[in-house]
Design a protein around this ligand. Structure first.
Ligand SMILES: O=C(O)CCC(=O)C(=O)O
Ligand SMILES: [Fe+2]
Length: 286
């Protein structure tokens, strides 16, 4: 096993963890270094992993309590902690959530308590395409013009599954009345303070549709501007998946976006564990 090392993926954010075992079973000192690197870099890539669902769950659980994704339709049988994503089928039936996350977001941003982190493992991946893009929202905040920082200071954005479900999930059935009740609109600060590192990130995503204290048009225009700003290539890392890759990302200070692939030609099967989060904190804007 090579010595433990964290090699940057871009000049500003993301790192690859080198020298960890393919099962991610490690002693406490190694784990502490991995956790610190994750908090520091926002996303952590592991390559050449060979994890059972138990090992995937066990590693993630060391980072904090797990979040179980509901409804349970696409969770791995026997492992509710593992969400299956992609177009894999078993016995003629889709076993994964199809076309998940195509549009920049952080996981659970449309819930009152968004997820702290997610850990996505490539079990079967296409030879081409199917990449995932990651955006550095700490970098985006730091680079945001002062005038925009002042504009968002103290304000929250409304995230609405209700209003935007048909926009982001046109291939899925409309929400049932029951689901609508489970997904009320939620409001989160746009300047977000990370609960562990204390750093400020730009918190905005594809379910955002309104800004506190602004009329509809002004709020929508601001959201559009912030999203466009954070998606500039200088804030993006593009990950091309190889089988055995896994990316651990911090939803509190990064965003991600799935991209398409030829679904008739390839099977893409990803398995994700998800970390429970906390109510997003408002950051002071100087
Ligand atoms: O499949 C991907 O590339 C990412 C999907 C996604 O948004 C997620 O796993 O949270
Ligand atoms: Fe996602």
């Amino acid at each position: 096993m090579p010595a433990l090392e964290f090699r940057p993926l871009t000049p500003t954010f993301g790192a690859e963890a080198i020298g960890v075992p393919p099962t991610l079973e490690m002693d406490d000192a190694t784990f502490a270094a991995v956790e610190a690197a994750w908090l520091r870099h926002g996303i952590l890539l592991f390559r050449g992993l060979d994890m059972t669902p138990e090992q995937h769950i066990a590693f993630t659980r060391r980072l904090g309590p797990l979040h179980i994704m509901h409804p349970l339709h696409f969770n791995l049988p026997g492992y509710p902690e593992v969400l299956v994503i992609g177009n894999a089928q078993e016995g003629g039936k889709a076993i994964g959530l199809p076309r998940a996350g195509m549009g920049f977001h952080s996981d659970g941003e449309d819930k009152a308590i968004p997820n702290a982190g997610s850990f996505l493992y490539g079990v079967q991946v296409p030879d081409e395409e199917g990449d995932t893009l990651f955006a550095d929202m700490l970098g985006a905040w730091d680079a945001l013009p002062a005038e925009l920082k002042q504009k968002v200071a103290g304000r929250r954005a409304c995230y609405s599954r209700l209003r935007l479900h048909h926009v982001h999930y046109p291939h899925l059935p409309a929400l049932t009345e029951e689901q609508k009740k489970e997904r009320p609109d939620v409001w989160h600060p746009i300047a977000r303070r990370h609960p562990v590192t204390g750093r400020t990130s730009l918190f905005i995503g594809r379910w955002a549709c309104e800004v506190e204290g602004m009329d509809k048009e002004e709020g929508e225009a601001l959201i559009k501007e912030l999203i466009a700003f954070s998606q500039q290539p200088r804030f993006i890392y593009r990950h091309h998946w190889l089988k055995g890759d896994a990316v651990l990302w911090d939803n509190r200070c990064t965003q991600h976006c799935a991209t398409g692939f030829d679904e008739a030609k390839y099977t893409r099967r990803m398995q994700r564990t998800t970390l429970e989060g906390s109510v997003p904190l408002l950051a002071e804007v100087a």
